[in-house]
Design a protein around this ligand. Structure first.
Ligand SMILES: Nc1ncnc2c1ncn2[C@@H]1O[C@H](COP(=O)(O)OP(=O)(O)OP(=O)(O)O)[C@@H](O)[C@H]1O
Ligand SMILES: [Mg+2]
Length: 390
């Protein structure tokens, strides 16, 4: 797979130097431009690169505003800032603007190598792409109320927005309410209805059973009342998920904490388990127990990803403490945003739609971007022709 990389240099002299000095690694298609933050949107739109290296020795507020606007308009590309100022403050501002990382100036062959490493990592995370089987991500709270449903539903929304076909399956059979985080509309059928027909599952049945929330985003809802749950067996859950894999790019499972056979089957067949924790002692205790259960079930470290929700740096329980207690590394931290999250849940609307600039929305966009990098277009872009490429 060719990697498309766009470099935005500060001056024509720098562009010439880059064209002269850079060796082009195999399998890469590199284009070089002169410009700044203002050039980013046009490059993202016209070239659809996998990675942009944006050279801004001293970025200021207006640069970050332009980057923010560009990364919100066009998602999917990984933007790396090359700057003389790699302070924590700049890094934070950059990340809030949708930048993946800040690399130290000057722009060099080494910078390019780092960019390619990032891309390889992102692709390894999505190795299923291309074989047409959807990825299954199972969300489970280490303790009730840690935010698993909120994160599952809102990440599903952002993935769908970036053009991926996403199915959210609510397997919280007793108290499932995932659909209400996204819409107030009612579903035509539930997981129980699908499970009852496990013998005759096909795409048409799935299509007619899901609640269509918006383009690319459907939900298979949990039942309103916990009736006939015995129909939802480990086998029927596996059959529904396997069918969904053939129809969707991402299948997001919202799970309850009961380790009953359907839940364990869902965890078994998932490609990734996202264990959501928070920085509290009870959550830490339950996270430790859950990590032990996962270990007993034979799930490797690659499969289980731990996410700290409502992360606060000032908390007495630090990320290292959570790691030490569980033996798992923290894959991601999502900040707290009480008002915005409450408003989104109470409106039944995804937070990134209501408040796209909220830090939680930014964190979800970053997450989705890492899971779903832009697909590469084969044809040469007009920009490559213009600049001659490398
Ligand atoms: N990042 C966040 N910032 C602030 N509040 C949050 C955040 N994430 C979740 N919450 C709050 O936590 C509450 C519980 O979230 P959610 O329903 O997703 O939890 P859960 O882990 O699915 O719990 P359950 O055990 O009920 O399934 C939400 O009502 C929301 O107000
Ligand atoms: Mg939940």
């Amino acid at each position: 797979m060719t990697s498309k990389i766009s470099l935005i240099c500060v001056s024509p002299e720098q562009r010439e130097q880059v064209v002269r000095d850079f060796a082009r690694p195999q399998g890469t298609d590199i284009t070089v431009h002169v410009g700044g933050a203002r050039t980013l949107l046009a490059v993202l739109q016209k070239e659809q690169p996998n990675v942009v290296l944006l050279d801004l020795p001293e970025p200021d507020d207006s640069d970050f505003e332009l980057i923010d606007a560009a990364t919100q308009r066009v998602t999917g590309a990984m933007v790396l800032l090359v700057s003389r100022d790699a302070s924590m403050n700049t890094l934070k501002r950059a990340m809030r603007a949708g930048v993946r990382d800040v690399l130290s100036a000057p722009l060099s062959g080494e910078t390019l190598k780092v960019a390619l490493d990032y891309l390889r990592e992102a692709r390894a995370n999505t190795s299923r792409f291309g074989d047409s089987a959807g990825e299954v991500h199972a969300f489970i709270p280490a303790k009730g109320g840690c935010g698993a449903t909120f994160l599952a539903t809102n990440l599903a929304y952002v993935l769908a927005k970036s053009g991926r076909r996403v199915l959210l399956i609510d397997l919280n059979l007793y108290f499932g309410d995932a659909a209400t985080y996204l819409t107030d509309r009612k579903a035509p059928a539930t997981v129980v209805d699908m499970a009852r027909q496990a013998q005759r599952l096909d795409s048409a049945l799935l299509e007619s059973s899901v609640l269509k929330v918006r383009e690319n985003l459907n939900v298979l809802v949990a039942p309103d009342m916990p009736y006939q749950l015995e129909q939802v067996t480990a086998e029927s859950v596996a059959a529904i998920i396997e069918l969904a894999r053939t129809e969707y790019d991402f299948i997001v499972l919202d799970l309850g904490r009961a380790m009953d056979p359907p839940t364990v089957k869902a965890l078994d067949v998932a490609d990734r388990i996202v264990m959501v924790v928070e920085q509290s002692l009870p959550a830490l205790k339950d996270a430790r127990r859950m990590a032990q259960v996962f270990d007993g079930l034979g799930y490797g470290r690659d499969k289980v990803r731990m996410v700290i929700n409502c992360f606060a740096k000032s908390s007495l329980i630090r990320a290292e403490d959570v790691e030490k207690a569980t033996g798992l590394s923290v894959a991601r931290q999502i900040p707290a945003s009480d008002e915005a999250v409450r408003a989104a849940i109470n409106h039944g609307d995804p937070l990134p739609r209501l408040t796209p600039k909220d830090p939680v929305a930014k964190a979800l966009q970053q997450w989705a971007q890492e899971l779903s990098p832009m697909t590469v277009k084969a044809e040469k872009s007009w920009f490559a022709t213009l600049t001659g490429g490398l």
